[in-house]
Design a protein around this ligand. Sequence first.
Ligand code: ME8
Length: 647
Amino acid sequence: MKEKYYITTAIAYTSGKPHIGNTYEAILTDCLARFKRYEGYDVFFQTGTDEHGQKIEEKAKNVNLSPKAFVDGVAEQIKDIWKMVGVSYDKFIRTTDEYHEKQVQKIFKKLYEKGDIYKGAYEGWYCTPCESFWTESQLVDGKCPDCGRPVNKSKEEAYFFKMSKYADRLLEYYNEHPEFITPTSRKNEMVNNFLKPGLQDLCVSRSTFKWGIPVDFDAKHVVYVWLDALTNYITGLGYDVDGNHDQKYKDFWPADVHVIGKDIIRFHTIYWPIFLMALDVPLPKKVYGHGWLLQDGGKMSKSKGNVMYADDLVKFFGKDAVRYYVLTAMPQDNDGLISWESIIETINSDLANVYGNLVSRTIAMTNKYFGGIVKDANVSEVVDDELKAVVTSAYDKVVSKMNEFKVADALFEIFAIFRRANKYIDETMPWALAKDESKKDRLATVLYNLTESIIIGTSLLASFLPDSCQKVANMLNLSLRSVDEINKFGLIEQVKVCENPEILFARLDAKVIMEQVNKMIEERNKELEAKQEVVENKKPLIDIEDFAKIELKIAKVIACEKVEKSKKLLKLTVKLGDETRTVVSGIALNYTPEQMIGKKLTMITNLKPAKLCGIVSEGMILCAENEQGKLAFLMPENDIEDGSQIF
Ligand code: ME8
């Protein structure tokens, strides 16, 4: 029976479209999963979305959607992007899935009944308009970091998890499993910064917002995100608090590895194992914390039009080129850099010059010299052994790099085959052999060795660049080589390659591409600015009761004069049925007093009186204004009496 292997990504927040940094993690995990499948494991690969919390509730409100409708949209968008970059997941879990929600409620209750969760109070600085708690250090100049308004010291009832109870057991687990946290350098950070100073209890419920899984025995509270989010790794397999687990859970838990970013290592190596200890569930074998993909040396920010998204990149360069770039751009343990220019450079140097060129040259020469037939004529030379040694030693090297999550290094080992094969072409000079009829057999062997090298390298590369590798195999009219045969050089008996090979990775003209990219960024920035304006001008939704507070009536202008000392103001005397009032209005740049006389206008009649340039204004005239400052009054469409109410 195949050995089981369970691998997961973090679940992405559904606060918006994921950028290339988030997508990197899905691509990385996909390569690891595909390679394990290739090695012969029975792999279960889970990814998904983290959909609850106040931030998401707010985002939904900003676009006038219910939180569920909002996360439905983003989850679909994330699935589309994962598909676009070829993420071969077995399960996409959403924290709004009914099964997950039910289990989280049961987990919460179990831990409460066990005494690990208790009711306490969350203390901090509270911003009433934002309904948010902040710690002292989060405040900006003592004010709310979101809206800049004053905050009050406040307390909120909340449930807490007793983290400290399990600290010693966790330390013991670290010591017994030195590779639990990978890279191991991150372990010291956890021990020294969090465990040694003493673990703080973790807030696991909130009552100031609604968008979360309700605590079923205390309706005021929703489960606060990490207990909800982390448990996805077991609920996705069908873990059941009451012990009626699905077969998947029995087969695949504990996870072989959780692949996550460096910013959330603490949650995965402290809180997650402790939750599991409290539930009496075995701990995952490994947490791998990868570095971050950074743009222009800094963090990606969605508020700038230059943020890089996988779908744009795929549109410009294709799926496999994007996969190749992000995987090679990330050095082990450190952050990687991404820019449009460096992607173009990498595509040209590695994919077009090294791999694509090797494949197209080999196929072209096979067609030219042998009518497309690859067949060994057994005329070997010493240089062949060097090539074969590189090709047949690659698999073991790749496995060892992949086991250490050094994916960029694994790719380097595979490309060593292609580099060596290109050098082999230079060394053997097939075009020279072709000129000499007596060297025809040697030429056949050279092209045979090249084809063997390509199909072995391509089979190894298929976990990383699945589509391109399949295309290469098709062009060679060969199957990708299975793991049992990956080190066997010389398996092809005879094959006829395709006549007109497709160009796999065309060389890109950086200038042309960058012009297109800059145009796209410019347009994107314009769109963002326009959206920003809409958001800024947008007012919150109001109830009909709010609207009913405003009294609107038809007012007829019976007198009008300029306000002295003011360029903008006119003083209007208006008639509202039996009543006469004075209104000061900022319309003098658009209308003369004479133009105003006799007009029937819309007026707010219950505004508190205000003094403008010494004149008491007893209401407000409504008018529309366009971007150029042009005004238009709102006037009745037939001759209705002044004083009429507007509803
Ligand atoms: O953290 N480069 O979700 P998320 C590489 N919902 N990886 C990056 C990155 C970058 N520039 N930016 C983010 C969350 N990531 C939680 C996880 S798991 C139970 C809950 C990584 O959408 C980040 O480190 O903010 C994380 O692993 C993943 O993308 C999702 O981030």
